[in-house]
Write a protein that binds this ligand. Structure first.
Ligand code: SF4
Length: 494
């Protein structure tokens, strides 16, 4: 093993090693394993980088040390030159001390001393952020800089955009100097231990809560590959301490004593082990009797971003950009389909609300799957457009929730594995209709597709994304039509 090559660390590698030394080792020595792509991680990285650039507006007129196109020594050299030239604001300032490389988002010189401003797209300060800035402080100080204060700059989610983006209101800046200083004494030993661990080879560390705390580890597909599908980790909700049982050697549900489980987990375990279904026709009938026709199956897709894109929006507000509607005039009738997908670059909200009101008759029953989400979106539209509020509130009042019979376990198939999500309910009840094979298979992917739709310059790709989005959302409401049909079938049979 080449110690010299492996001893080089960066701030993110140290943070990774602090979460799990094995993750650091595997980053430096990747296993021969095909990791699935993680578009959500890539999107988070892109969003973080966009937020970092916007935050530079807090200290305008600075000079950036680019990452792209410059080797690490060149970035460090360029930073040193800027400092020597008397530049007082440096973006992405780069330092290397004893093989530890860090980049500080924004470095500001005041009265001959330096302030670190670390930008995060979270909405509060987290423990891991303190470690992050502590490492920067450690390296900068040892490179001879006098660091006066350290700040964590995060998104202020109380900000409501009015007109041009107000960068000073979008961000909140928290002085974390004391916490950063407190961590300085421990850092040399932490770094030395990580380097020693790297020399020793792959650490013998088993899976545990550290796999997703503070971050979801990149190596989960590798380290968790021995965990079967029906493992104790597939038990939903709070209940047993799964890692405590795992450490005692219990991995499969069938090896757990059922008495150890709470009601919900025991129900899941027993139905899984016994391949047992539940159907309560009277309860299903009660639910079906609460619906009426015409009946509109409605599903929204939304996106959110740390930077509010439109007037009147807040950071991370869910903004609808698409809906699908299947309208049935009577029970079992062939549904009529309507849909909306915004043209990119446009604020979808007004257009979407007006189209929706035109397509959902005032007297119709509006069926959703997980009503809290659709109600939240419609309430947001009603707040934004007071002139549409009365009409939107009528639709909100008419909402019923198809998730209820599954959440209350009036209908349960063991294949649902304790879940009542439509993604589990559909294959269990309507196996011929599937999300498998679609480019977009769940709401998170739809949001990523929306962001890609807004960014891409490739018109062919743009058309493809639009088609994928339409196909996915259409399937969501078609799934509801078929699930409703399956419930009606269960009542007829009884
Ligand atoms: S998956 Fe868990 S055990 Fe494996 S490297 Fe990551 S944190 Fe460590």
């Amino acid at each position: 093993m080449n110690f010299r090559r492996q001893a080089g660390l960066s701030k993110s590698l140290i943070l990774k090693g602090m979460q799990c030394p094995k993750a650091l080792y595997l980053t430096k020595n990747p296993p021969d394993f095909e990791f699935p792509p993680d578009p959500a991680r890539d999107a988070r990285f892109q969003a973080g980088s966009d937020v970092g650039i916007i935050a530079q507006g807090l200290f305008p007129g600075g000079v950036e040390v680019p990452y792209e196109g410059l080797s690490i020594p060149k970035q460090v050299e360029k930073t040193r030159q800027l400092i020597d030239q008397g530049i007082n604001v440096i973006y992405e300032a780069s330092f290397d001390f004893n093989g530890i490389f860090v980049k500080a988002d924004i470095l500001v010189r005041r009265d001959g001393m330096w302030e670190i401003h670390e930008v995060k797209m979270s909405t509060s300060v987290k423990e891991v952020n303190l470690d992050d800035v502590a490492i920067q402080h450690y390296v900068l100080s040892r490179c001879g800089l006098s660091v006066s204060r350290a700040f964590l700059v995060h998104i202020d989610n109380s900000y409501v955009r009015r007109g041009e983006l107000d960068v000073h209101r979008l961000f909140a800046s928290v002085d974390i100097t004391d916490e950063v200083l407190k961590r300085q004494a421990a850092l040399p030993a932490i770094i030395a231990r990580l380097r020693e661990d790297l020399q020793k080879g792959e650490p013998d560390i088993d899976i545990g809560p550290h796999c997703s705390d503070p971050y979801e580890c990149d190596f989960i597909p590798w380290c968790w590959r021995h965990i079967p599908k029906d493992s104790i980790f597939s038990l939903r909700g709070r209940g047993i301490d799964k890692f405590a049982w795992y450490r005692q050697g219990t991995i499969r549900i069938e090896d757990l004593p059922l008495d150890a489980l709470n009601g919900a987990q025991r129900f899941q375990a027993e139905t899984t082990l016994n391949r047992q279904d539940v159907v309560e026709p009277d309860k299903i009938r009660e639910f079906l009797d609460s619906l009426w026709y015409p009946l509109c199956h409605l599903d929204f897709e939304t996106f959110d971003t740390p930077v509010p894109p439109f007037d009147g929006t807040r950071p991370y507000q869910k903004i609808p950009f698409q809906y699908s509607l299947h309208i049935q005039s009577s029970a079992g009738a062939e549904p009529e389909h309507c849909e909306y997908l915004v043209e990119r670059g446009r604020d979808p909200r007004r257009e979407l609300a007006e189209r929706l009101l035109a397509e959902i008759p005032e007297e119709a029953c509006v069926l959703t799957y997980n009503q809290a989400f659709e109600k939240g979106v419609l309430r947001g539209l009603a707040e934004t457009f007071p002139d549409l509020a009365d009409a939107l509130n009528v639709r909100i009042d008419n909402i019923r929730d198809l998730m209820v019979p599954f959440k209350k376990r009036h209908v349960y198939r063991w294949q649902m594995r304790g879940s009542y999500s439509i993604k589990e309910v559909l294959p269990a009840l309507v196996p011929d209709l599937t999300y498998k094979g679609l480019s977009i298979g769940e709401g998170g992917m739809a949001m990523l597709a929306y962001h890609e739709m807004c960014r891409t310059d490739d018109l062919f790709r743009l058309a493809e994304i639009r088609e994928n989005l339409l196909e996915y959302c259409r399937l969501d409401t078609l799934a509801m039509v078929r699930i409703l049909g399956a419930l009606e079938g269960m009542v007829k049979k009884s």
